[in-house]
Design a protein around this ligand. Structure first.
Ligand code: FAD
Length: 454
């Protein structure tokens, strides 16, 4: 039953995976009050993982990835309208169409968007794409159908690598440009990065690491690109896969701890204000949330994982309608998957929270393995490549802070495997700044006063 004060009106901003799952959970928990979902996309909630996989391969149409609604929501859907501001004192969400939506409890689930190419003139060239929405996927798939001569993928993280994989599977020529030493290094470190590089090249990708794209060329239409090593290529499609930007700008005047790294919240999904005081009626979940996790030294994690969006939304929804003692922490071990170049990659834990890695099962040579990551002598993550069956076992090791390297018997190698440095990038060198950072407003904004309705 509801705690005090009563929450008769719940508003969710962000009508995608986390928003939908939270709405379903609220109803499942017996919430009978008014429920409003606000989303700036015009589509009902849909799934994004297929966009860079089946949709780009032409196996599934971009408008066929809708998320099933698992129960009657009896909700007021406000789609195609952006929330432009939040007044936490008056408890209203301010919409760009001029409307105010009052709430008793609010869930922020505004996720992320694709980081744009930094030069607007070049980004506007015909043939330059990003991939985040179903509209992006439909447009890119249509251009791939037309048989471009060469696709340039800028950035070899998970999304960029999956796009390159889909293009090669279609038989298209692909160049991948990556600033780091190998694909996936930012997420998985050096050992699996090297494997990914080998596999991309074996699949015919023109992989260029340690370079940046300095210019996209064209006159109205993209014709090619220049690289920092002085080389250039002809290309008629470029996909910018430079990661994601958190959708927090609409909260700039709200007084919440919301910034480029997300909305900071506690383990119960309650948002912090900019002074670090936890709010009691504003919650956050999904890609936009930034939260402490005891397994990772209470560092604030910003995750872009489907499974996290679901689990955190369920905890947030439960806590929104539960009195204090019945609230639950969001303690799920992070997990994600990716498929690319014939590899089924699955991860549990946080591979970047590591100093060493060991191949505990299988081998790099066979591209069938489990890599286990450790930090200061305990297991913090495991990544399987075409061998997902034992991941639950490693999840248990992570949850129980088991010693690293895993004890003999935990691995199927005849000899004890030898850990090597995990070579995850120093977060301080990434463009996003250090992993543990103060979020929210700059010091000169300490005295920001919450704006009344515009
Ligand atoms: C191409 C692609 C492939 C992926 N593949 C995988 C995968 O293989 N495995 C995996 O674990 N994860 C994958 N992901 C990540 C996964 O899809 C995300 O973790 C998930 O979508 C997060 O859900 P969310 O609801 O938190 O955020 P989002 O899905 O980003 O939804 C946020 C919603 O809020 C809307 N919004 C933003 N600002 C406002 C505003 N001010 N007012 C109103 N509405 C607003 C947005 O338009 C969007 O509809 C992939 C993502 C992409 C893009």
């Amino acid at each position: 039953m509801l705690g005090e004060p009563r929450a008769d009106r719940i508003v969710i901003v962000g009508a995608s995976l986390a928003g939908l799952r939270a709405a379903e959970t609220l109803r499942a928990e017996g919430f009978t009050g008014s429920l409003t979902l606000i989303g700036d996309e015009t589509h009902p909630p849909y799934d994004r993982p297929p966009l860079s996989k089946q949709v780009l391969l032409g196996k599934v149409a971009a408008d066929r990835t809708g998320l099933p609604q698992r129960r009657r929501l009896d909700a007021d859907w406000r789609l195609g309208v952006r929330a432009g501001g939040l007044d936490p004192v008056g408890k209203r969400v301010l919409l760009d169409d001029g409307a105010d939506v009052p709430f008793d409890r609010l869930l922020i689930a505004t996720g992320t968007r694709a980081r744009p190419w930094p030069h607007p003139d070049e980004a506007a060239l015909d043939g330059v794409f990003t991939l985040r929405t179903s509209g992006d996927a439909a447009a890119l798939a249509a251009r791939l159908d037309a048989g471009p001569r060469r696709v340039l993928v800028i950035g070899a993280g998970f999304t960029g690598s999956e796009i390159a994989s889909a293009c090669r599977e279609r038989g298209l020529e692909v160049t991948v440009a990556e600033r780091g030493p190998a694909p996936l290094v930012g997420a998985l470190g050096g050992t699996l990065g090297e494997l990914a590089a080998k596999l991309q090249r074996a699949h015919g990708v023109d992989l260029r690491c340690g370079v940046t794209v300095t210019a996209l060329e064209g006159d109205g239409r993209l014709t090619g690109a220049q690289f920092s090593d002085g080389t250039r290529i002809d290309a008629d499609i470029a996909v910018i896969a430079l990661g994601a930007v958190r959708n927090t700008e609409w909260l700039a005047e709200s007084g919440l701890a919301a910034g480029p790294r997300g909305v900071t919240c506690d383990a119960g999904c309650r948002a912090f204000d900019m002074y670090g005081i936890v709010t009691d009626d504003i919650f956050a979940a999904g890609d936009v949330a930034r939260f402490p996790h005891p397994l990772f030294e209470y560092q604030l994690l910003s995750l872009e994982h489907w499974g996290n969006a679901v689990a955190q939304a369920e905890v947030a929804a439960h806590n929104m309608v539960s009195p204090g003692p019945r609230r639950r922490p969001h303690l799920t071990v992070p997990a994600f998957w990716s498929s690319q170049f014939g590899l089924n990659i699955k991860s549990v834990g946080v591979p970047t929270f590591s100093d060493q890695v060991v191949i505990a099962q299988g081998s790099l040579k066979d591209a069938r393995l489990v890599a286990v990551y450790g930090y200061r002598g305990r297991v913090t993550a495991a990544v399987s490549v075409n061998q997902a069956r034992s991941l639950d076992y490693y999840r248990h090791l992570i949850e129980t802070a088991a010693p690293f390297p895993p004890a003999p018997g935990a691995a199927d190698q005849r000899e004890s495997p030898v850990p090597v440095p995990s070579d995850v990038p120093d977060p301080k060198l990434l463009s996003h700044g250090p992993t543990v950072a103060l979020t929210g407003h700059l010091p000169d904004r300490r005295l920001t006063v919450v704006q009344p309705a515009r």
